[in-house]
Structure formats: C-alpha cells, structure tokens
Ligand binder design. Structure first.
Ligand code: PLP
Length: 391
C-alpha cells in the first residue's frame, strides 16, 4: 500500500508579501473602513476594465445586493444554472423572489443559451419572464455571454454574472468582470477561489446608479451624502438611513490581503494554465473526458473537472471517488444540482427537467487544481487515477 497523500482539491497560495500586507493593516489606524478597501476595489476594477467595484464580505452578499440593486423582489423570477453553489440561487430567495433553473451545456456545464432561449419563449407565452438571469462561469470558463446578452435584449431581463470561479478568465480577448455583456459581475475571494481575501466578494458594474445602490446596501442603507438625504443635515454628526441595508462590509484586514493577492493574479492564472495543460496531456490515455474549452475564451481554471464515460456512471463513479479519497487525494464534486437540495425540492423541482445537469452530476469529479500544486503532486494524482481505473 502506498503512503497516504495529502492533496486537497483546492487551496490558497499565500506569500510573505501577503502576510506583511495584513500585518501592516493590524499596525495601522484602520482595521475596517480605512484605505485598503477602496484600494482593493480600484485594483480589481482596473484589472477587469469595469468602472465601479463594491467590495463586500462574501460573494453571497455581493449576489444578494446585486439582486436588490436590480430591483428583485417578491413576485419576480430569477433564473440560474443548477450546476453551481447554492448561493447563486439563494440570493434570489433572500429577496423573496422565485428561482428557476436552465439546464447546462453537456461539455462545459455552463448555462446553455439554447435551452435558455427555449425556456424564455415558453415563459413569454405563459407571461412569466425572469427579471434577472445569473450565468455561472463554471470552473472558470466564461459562459456564452454574447448569446445570453442578445436574449436579454429580446426578452428584457437583466444579467448578473456569477464569476466566483472566473477572475482572470477572458472572453473574446477581454477580461471577465468588464460587464460588457452584463449589468453586474460578482467575484468570490474564498480561499479555494483564484485569489483570496480570507472571506470576501466584490460586485463590479459600469452603471454608477447600481454601484451607488450596492454601496448603500452593504452598509445599513446609511448615507452621509447630503444630496441623498431627506432632511437638511442637523449638524456635522448627521447621517440618514434611507433604505434597509445590511452590514456586508469587507474589513481592511481582508482587503489588504486581497490587494496583495491581486499582484499575483496573473502568475496564479499562468500556473493554473500549466496545471490544466499538463493534466490534459497526462490524462489523454485514460477512459475519461477532459474539460471542454472554447476557442473564443480562456478559463481561469478554478476547477479541473473530469467526467467518466456514461457507461461508468453510478457505482464506478462513487468507487473512483472513494478510491482517490482513500489515497489522500481530495477530489470533490462540483456540484450537486441545486434543485436536488431538500430546500429546493420543497419548492417543487423535477430532476427530469434537467437531463444534462443530472448527467454532469452522475459522472463528474474535480481533481486537485490550485496555483501551488506541484508537478510531483500532479503525477501522484494521475498515477492514482491509472491504478484506480486499472489502466
Ligand atoms: C464560492 C461560490 C459562491 C459563494 O462565494 P462566497 O464568497 O463563499 O460567498 C457563489 N457562487 C459560486 C459559483 C461559487 O463558487
């Protein structure tokens, strides 16, 4: 029996500069609401080419205030992909809206623009069009944004890109996050994502009104801008709560880590590209399907998801999972389709409506993928796959 490995599916890469940046904040006057948050917002906005960025304490919070800023409320419908983390759907439920799902493309597991078009046509006839659609750039590969954007024009919905996997990805040569084909783009800085701030998220937009609304909502709905107040300021202490907002603020401690991580972003993406290219070569002779790509876009490679051939779905899928985990290889499954969660089951979804999502769930495995993954570790993963698959 080989020695047990210890290779997670994803993990952060933290440098001495990252640590020094956080320590600097701890020694400074501001632990929160200081200069690091606007610096982080500026760094991400300028990297992505968006005019505004609003940093918050998680991507979940960013999705919530993005929905609210777009006016999502009771009676509205928000559509997303079932192959995502539950937060992408939950944000609509927080606003009292209904959620529905659009099945995915069989090879990329991204929201399928063709299925979306069909579902929109049926929804138009039923008089129940969505207010917002949230495409998820699964594993870091951008969705077919041009097609989804064209549909938004035709059917009058707004778009939030859930780019939690995709900072550093490119679509038609331009960075994800520039919001060319969406109203708002959301990033996550959870430690397994491409860059981290510990916990954290950000909402990018080119619309100053949406940015202002999200800034208000992240901090209690409170303003110090006399232009937005209902009364004349009573004095220099005066502020007004003009909306029901939240405390979704990011701290300067988190933001300083984020700023420092942004300096490594291009290196992280390069390394992830290399890991993906190497898996692609090494897995060629195994009875597995490797992740699909598209010629007009590049992935940030948040995840490296292989699929077993349909014939090996079911028990073999679960066995391979067990075998790899047993060896200390932290494989994972992204994702259990959201409609399968008991909370969503109670809302009445039928798995038969989402055959490609079901298939994805039956055959997918996320292999270890992160910027610090070494060639040796990768070889160990590939060798384990060979042994488990008996090839
Ligand atoms: C991680 C993730 C989120 C939630 O991000 P948090 O920052 O942990 O709130 C939302 N959507 C997707 C697709 C994710 O991967």
């Amino acid at each position: 029996m080989n020695a047990r490995l210890n290779i997670p599916y994803g993990r952060q890469t933290i440098s001495d500069e990252d640590i020094a940046a956080v320590v600097d904040v701890l020694r400074s006057d501001w632990l929160t609401q200081g200069p690091a948050v606007p610096s982080f917002e500026q760094a991400v906005a300028s990297y992505c080419g968006a005019s505004h960025a609003v940093a918050v304490n998680s991507a979940t919070s960013a999705l919530h205030i993005a929905c609210l800023a777009l006016g999502v409320g009771p009676g509205d419908s928000v559509w997303t992909s079932p192959i995502t983390f539950v937060a992408t759907a939950n944000c609509a439920r927080y606003c009292g809206a209904d959620v529905d799902f659009v099945d995915v493309e069989p090879d990329t597991a991204n929201l399928c623009a063709t299925r979306l078009a069909e579902k929109l046509e049926r929804a138009r006839q039923a008089g129940r069009l969505p207010k917002v659609v949230i495409p998820v750039h699964f594993a870091g590969l951008p969705c077919d944004m041009q097609a989804i954007h064209a549909l938004s024009r035709e059917y009058g919905f707004r778009i939030i890109e859930d780019a939690s996997h995709a900072i550093g990805a490119r679509y038609h040569g331009e960075p994800t996050g520039n919001c060319r084909y969406s109203d708002i783009t959301v990033f996550s800085f959870h430690p397994v994502k491409i860059i981290t701030s510990g916990e954290g998220g950000m909402a990018l937009t080119n619309d100053p009104a949406l940015a202002a609304r999200m800034e208000l909502l992240r901090s209690h709905g409170v303003t110090r801008d006399p232009g937005l107040m209902e009364s004349k300021p009573h004095g220099p202490w005066y502020y007004e709560q003009i909306e029901l907002g939240f405390n979704y603020r990011m701290t300067d401690i988190h933001a300083a880590l984020g700023v420092s991580q942004m300096r490594h972003l291009d290196d992280f993406i390069l390394h992830r590209d290399e890991v993906a290219a190497r898996y692609h070569r090494l897995l060629k002779f195994l009875p597995l399907l490797r992740p699909a790509s598209r010629p007009d876009r590049s992935s940030a490679h948040h995840l490296y998801v292989i699929r077993m051939p349909d014939a090996l779905a079911g028990e073999r899928h679960s066995q391979l999972f067990d075998g790899l985990r047993h060896r200390g290889i932290g494989v994972n499954l992204h994702y259990i389709p959201v409609y399968r969660q008991p909370y969503y089951q109670r809302l009445g979804f039928d798995a038969k409506d989402f055959p490609q999502s079901e298939r994805h769930y039956a055959v997918s495995i996320s292999l270890p993928m992160y910027a610090g993954l070494s060639a040796l570790q990768q070889d160990q993963v590939v060798n384990a796959l060979h042994e488990e698959l008996g090839s």
